[in-house]
Design a protein around this ligand. Structure first.
Ligand code: MN3
Length: 245
């Protein structure tokens, strides 16, 4: 038996029930030097705008701490979890792990989710975007939620009522069609543990670290302001990519 399998076994024996499910999964990983994983596997994409450029909706200091401290830590801890658990993935294969996240450790769940969610979050925002969706996505939103305003209301409600830390999502469900959901902690709709599963198109971080410096306890004000910086063209492209071919 290879040392990889022995390591896997040791890991399984430590993780109990989750490990049993993991034993039935195909082995995604192979051994690579740990330093490689930690140095390069989960480099954050450069922020596509400056820290200050989402003001006044999100302040520069919040953006700087959020991107360079909070999000950077998820990337680092994800690399550590992969090295410790002998999982060889990178940014492009991260979704495979998310889709079977119930078979991994809590550290993997929190940091794979945390890294994926933040990398998406920076992309779904931009300074001075067009202020409403258009094209096929606009049609689907209207069909599913009644109107763009109704959609905003329902999404805002999901974001406001997420107890504690988590995210609100617009997603294309596995079985097709749009849905709004919210997830706790760093979970997301790709995960096999999510209540509503599918492909996330748009995500809003409602952890206090995302808004507390400017908005303190007023999460609804942050949510209302955030609509001004949603990068709808980006979300529309994700929608097109998520539709059945
Ligand atoms: Mn965050």
């Amino acid at each position: 038996m290879s040392s990889l399998h022995q390591n896997r076994r040791q890991f399984l024996s430590k993780t109990g029930k989750a490990g049993i499910a993991l034993a039935t999964m195909p082995l995604i990983s192979k051994l690579v030097p740990e330093q490689y994983l930690i140095d390069s596997a989960f480099k954050q994409q450069p922020l596509p705008y400056s820290y200050a450029s989402l003001e006044p909706y999100i302040d520069a200091m919040t953006m700087e701490i959020h991107y360079s401290k909070h999000a950077a830590t998820y990337a680092k801890n994800l690399a550590e979890a992969c090295a410790a658990e002998k999982v060889n993935i990178n940014n492009s294969s991260l979704t495979d792990v998310l889709k079977s996240i119930s078979t991994y450790s809590t550290k993997m769940r929190n940091n794979a989710g945390g890294h994926y969610n933040h990398e998406l979050f920076w992309q779904v925002m931009k300074p001075s975007p067009s202020t409403a969706p258009s094209g096929k996505l606009a049609e689907a939103i209207q069909k599913t939620f009644g109107s763009y305003a109704d959609f905003q209301k329902a999404f805002g409600e999901a974001a406001k009522t997420r107890f504690g830390s988590g995210w609100a999502w617009l997603l294309v469900k596995k079985e097709g069609g749009l849905a709004i959901s919210s997830t706790p902690n760093q979970d997301n709709p790709l995960m096999d543990v999510a209540e509503i599963q599918g492909t996330p198109l748009l995500g809003l971080d409602v952890w206090e670290h995302a808004y507390y410096l400017k908005y303190q306890n007023k999460r609804p004000d942050y949510i209302n302001a955030w609509w001004n910086i949603v990068h709808w063209e980006f979300v529309e492209n994700r929608y097109s990519a998520a539709l059945p071919k």
